[in-house]
Design a protein around this ligand. Structure first.
Ligand SMILES: [Zn+2]
Ligand SMILES: [Zn+2]
Length: 155
């Protein structure tokens, strides 16, 4: 059981965590929220059930917002250096989406099953090795006009 523990943490070392076992869900996301919250072209998320993810040291701060589909998001980041360690999504209740780049080496120890929001994928990102691909996301259902700044459509 203890064999399958993966540790990770933020850039400054204040926040540390551990996961147990294999992930429930893995994905690369090119949505505008992930681009904005990471400052990068896409996010890589490795989901674990709450009872197999543990913060072992440090304090986090949290930012909550609603997506254009009126679903809740929470981003959880180190109060000192700002690295985002994990997200919690209303649609994946009971799961923690760990930011893949925060695992200790071997950092990218998993395969990625899903690639989503391909419609806003950066043109310079080549083929990503995944099983499933989606132009948006299974639960994508905008309830209101999308703010152009946040919109993941190309227009
Ligand atoms: Zn930190
Ligand atoms: Zn996203």
């Amino acid at each position: 059981m203890n064999k399958d523990i993966h540790k990770g943490g933020c850039l400054c070392g204040h926040v540390r965590y551990e996961t147990q076992g294999q992930s429930e869900l893995t994905g690369v996301c090119h949505c505008r929220y992930c681009q904005l919250r990471t400052g990068s072209a896409f996010a890589t998320l490795i989901y674990f059930p709450l009872d197999r993810f543990e913060i072992t040291s440090g304090y986090l701060r949290r930012h909550e917002f609603l997506s254009e589909s009126q679903k809740k998001w929470q981003t959880n980041f180190c109060e000192k250096c700002g690295s985002t360690l994990f997200i919690e999504l209303e649609i994946f209740d009971g799961l923690i989406g760990v930011e893949a780049g925060t695992f200790d080496p071997p950092t990218f120890w998993f395969d990625v099953a899903n690639e989503v929001f391909i419609r806003s994928k950066a043109h310079f990102v080549g083929d990503i090795v995944t099983i499933n691909k989606d132009d948006t996301f299974f639960s994508y259902a905008p309830k209101s006009g999308e703010n152009p700044r946040l919109s993941s459509s190309l227009k």
